[in-house]
Design a protein around this ligand. Structure first.
Ligand code: ADP
Ligand code: MG
Length: 329
């Protein structure tokens, strides 16, 4: 697995000469390597900030123990071994959120695609592309409509494997934000390695500014968005992919074909009122492609997005412009 650079990062632009809408404040940022990426949290400096940051990273680690597909003692791994079982409140909540994205995207986003995802991950380790028969078998185990949640109990068919990697990071970002807001922080930014939520103002007294990386040139920024109280996420094949015998495979699978999505589109960025929605929809649109992905985003209230094709074609939802501070070409 290759982890590339994060697609989104925060910028503090010099906007001197313009009247400030909010007083400047001192901030503290802390970065830690968790969730297989670098998570960065920025908060106003108060006597309680350091403790709040420690609490935030503790929460991230405890939620990683619930949702991780890589930790054999996680709740997710236990569910996959036992074909279901009792759900913690966080797991139940996230499964419901994931299934609502499956429904919206007609199954392009499917949290039951674990067998397919692990087939391609295994292929990378063994350096042998999956056989047709293996793909067919794994694909048969996929089907979000077969998941049953009754009360706190989940049941699923034997062979089915959950993988919440397409939405869990965004959800964890939201939970951290919720905790920090309850603790009294009226401004802040949580960057879960490209899945971001920001609220209030930045330390300069402006809405937060989030740069979207150029998929072809990591050091370049394609656009700068001005955001507050919004989640934003990007799915892109330039960021994470699998290499099997020198051939690049996307890390997102198309549950309808059992294949990885190859190079189309190159990058999807979604802005929504929470980060889990942005994260899940970005993954869904990656599978749906430009036309259907745009159609999905356009039909959703409070959701905006940008899809960039392999050939560099860029399409955005009509409301995207209201967040756009600067488009760089
Ligand atoms: P990133 O981790 O780069 O932010 P995404 O949010 O797009 O990327 O999630 C990719 C992950 O989602 C994959 O690594 C896998 O765990 C999972 N996944 C792959 N294909 C699908 C799919 N069709 N539906 C839901 N989840 C998927
Ligand atoms: Mg996602």
């Amino acid at each position: 697995m290759t982890y590339g650079r994060i697609a989104l990062f925060c910028l503090v632009l010099s906007l001197s000469g313009i009247a400030l809408p909010y007083p400047r404040y001192q901030s503290i940022s802390r970065s830690e390597t968790v969730l297989g990426t670098v998570v960065r949290i920025t908060l106003p400096e108060t006597p309680g900030t350091k403790e709040a940051l420690s609490g935030a990273f503790d929460l991230i680690q405890s939620l990683e123990k619930v949702f991780s597909v890589h930790q054999s003692d996680s709740e997710l791994s236990r569910i996959n071994r036992l074909h279901g079982g009792r759900l913690s409140p966080a797991m139940k909540d996230l499964i419901k959120r994931a299934l609502s994205i499956s429904q919206l995207s007609s199954g392009a986003f499917d949290p039951t695609c674990g067998a397919l995802v692990s087939l391609y991950r295994k292929a990378e380790k063994t350096r042998r592309a999956p056989r047709e028969s293996e793909i067919i078998k794994a694909k048969e185990s996929v089907g979000w409509e077969k998941l049953r949640v009754e009360g706190d109990h989940l049941s699923m068919p034997a062979g089915m494997k959950l993988d919440l990697g397409g939405i869990a990071k965004g959800y964890i970002v939201d939970q951290v934000v919720r905790m920090l807001r309850v603790s009294g922080f009226s401004h802040g930014l949580v960057d879960g390695g490209g899945d971001i939520f920001c609220w209030g103002f930045n330390p300069e007294g402006y809405p937060w500014q989030v740069g979207i990386q150029n998929p072809w040139k990591a050091s370049n920024i394609l656009a700068i968005l001005s955001l507050s109280d919004r989640g934003i996420a990007t799915s892109g094949d330039y960021q994470r992919y699998l290499m099997i015998r020198g051939k690049k495979y996307g890390h997102i699978v198309d549950p309808r074909t059992g294949r990885t999505v190859q190079g189309f589109p190159t990058s999807v960025t979604v802005v929504a009122s929470d980060c889990a929605t942005a994260d899940g929809l970005a993954t869904a649109c990656f599978v749906l492609g430009r036309e259907q992905g745009m159609q999905l985003l356009r039909n959703l209230d409070g959701v905006e997005g940008m899809i960039i094709d392999q050939d560099g074609q860029k399409v955005t939802t009509p409301g995207w412009a209201k967040f756009l501070l600067k488009s760089v070409r």
